[in-house]
Design a protein around this ligand. Sequence first.
Ligand code: GDP
Length: 481
Amino acid sequence: NKPTAKEKNPKLKDTKPFKKIDVAREIATNPSYAKPHKSFVVIGHVDAGKSTLMGRLLFDFGIVDAKTVNKLVKESERLGKGSFALAWIMDQTEEERSHGVTVDICATDFEIESTKFTAIDAPGHKDFVPQMVSGVSNADFALLVVDSITGEFEAGFALDGQTKEHTILAKNLGVEKICVVVNKMDKEDWSQDRYEAIKEQMMEYMTSPDVDFKPEQIDFVPISGLTGDNVVKRNASATTSTPMKFDWYKGPTLGQYLEQVSLDSQPSRDQIHAEPFYLSVSDVYKDKGELKVIGKINSGCIQSGETVIAYPSEESLQVQSIKVAQTAVDFAISGQLVTLHFKTSQLSNEAVDPIRVGDVVAKTVASPISSVKKFTASLHLFNMDKPLLVGMPFVLFRNSTQAAARISRIVEITTNSSMTKQKKKKNILHLTSKQTAIVEIEVDGGESLPLTTYKDNAKLGRIVIRRQGSTIGAGQVLSLE
Ligand code: GDP
């Protein structure tokens, strides 16, 4: 049995919240917590129209006004970040912005009458960003925006390895559903034939062994992000002289799809209070005697005054205050993106960073998080032209953390032909594309990685591996050593 944080550090105090709040009751009775909270990641080729669509969605849902959309588009261009990370910028203070918080997290929260949403931006640039893994791990479903313009669709989807990589990642990091948003239909004169042709090609790709979505996980919605047709309003641009052009389409608008999409993973409100608290750290900075830690609460809840432990440093710190967006709150719950404020004077050694990007913060009570050098995982491999051998180095990602690692033992190949099952080889030394295997993974250089098993937390217990600049595998943590 591993010693608990308290056994390791007898001085550790389990401090009480500053205010007496019955969080369980608040969650149960406050109507704002009764709303379902859904997270989606937006994937798509550069210029497919992701930011135009997000701007339109936020505008038509009444979240932002036209002036703000324009201002944000300009600001986003000025910052050179592209994509819709711009929408997130509006929630931030100058100070937070200058720390790049906004664009790194790539997420924007908004709320309509029926539902709360977190929209996650799959960064459009070529460089792989670990935040992508973090973002996609937190997404319940994905929107894949494709440009329907003749020639563009063909070029974009066929050639853009990154869109494909994002799609495969989304599948392997556990999104439950994917909606192909067939955009720029105005340019194709809302041709049903064009829509059906794209649908057919996409369906074939998405259900191919490479991607492996099941047909019932895939939906399609035709839209024009520019004119707004079928985004939130059914026929945003129709007038009496130019009536609606897509009577043939009988499905939901994209807005209706977002509201209606049914997901199995929604945590029930009465469980949140009892769940262990975890937060995965997206950004950290020191400012005016405070250490500010930004991240998404993966499970449970936190109140100011309580003590938390950072993994892997295992330093304990008392939460002084909590902010959600820019508002100070007494407590925060699972699904929220928060800033936790700590006093730097409380750190055991001010010169050492006790919390880094990619770390996990948990409460002092028994936590299934461990910092480990070795663990067992179920790993699905894809996109490899050479096999992966035992001992070969790769980069391991878990949320926004990364480490050099390698397979130390292949326990068992679990997919593939029935042949492999019949003749279970004793000593398997390599894995090839499209195989799924149970493997032991060892972190290099004596580093430890804070991990939970997939069973303990479906969002933190996922991993992705990359080699020579491309993603070759994804999977779930089964057990910790
Ligand atoms: P992103 O790179 O995926 O975020 O794409 P943008 O939103 O920046 O859009 C790229 C270009 O396509 C811009 O010039 C947009 O005005 C244009 N665009 C986006 N959506 C539509 C649409 O529905 N119809 C038309 N005609 N153009 C669009």
